[in-house]
Design a protein around this ligand. Structure first.
Ligand SMILES: [Zn+2]
Length: 152
């Protein structure tokens, strides 16, 4: 996993670079905002990360937490009866003019490493349509994310 500064183009996915903003691409050695977040935001983000949408044939790569001192957590986490596997998936959240792309590891960064994502990302998560719903897919497409990796 690469470090990408919050709210800069998500260069990890070249095909989406013009349409996206990175959030939560943290790495040891790079400072990040710390504090507490509203649990309603965390709960909403967790729900969106349970089964995140991505176009077919887009490989998600492999993430490890470099903020953890020794184990580099790569596992599933549970919250209120739901489970999210960390380390392989990313979540796309439609914003005002761009799509935010965050690794699902962002849940662990918030929960265990006190990461506070940008306010515009938190607001976008709270008003994000249900994952994989028609409203969600329309919002993603309207911001320039092709629903098929072949039509780029
Ligand atoms: Zn960690």
């Amino acid at each position: 996993m690469a470090y990408i500064q919050d709210l800069t183009p998500c260069s990890y996915f070249r095909q989406w670079e013009q349409s996206s903003l990175a959030v939560g691409w943290l790495e040891r050695g790079h400072a990040y905002p710390r504090g507490t977040v509203d649990e309603a935001f965390f709960a909403a983000l967790f729900r969106l990360c349970v089964n995140p949408w991505r176009p077919p044939f887009v490989t998600a790569g492999f993430h490890r937490c470099t903020l953890c001192q020794f184990t580099g957590l790569n596992a599933a986490i549970s919250y209120k009866g739901a489970h999210v596997s960390l380390g392989t998936e990313n979540v796309l959240i439609p914003g005002e003019t761009k799509v935010f792309i965050a690794p699902t590891m962002i849940l662990h960064y918030i929960d265990a490493h006190e990461y506070v994502p940008p306010r515009e990302f938190q607001e976008a998560v709270l008003r994000c349509p249900e994952m994989r719903s028609m409203a969600y897919l329309k919002a993603i497409k309207a911001l320039g994310i092709s629903l098929s990796s072949f039509s780029q």
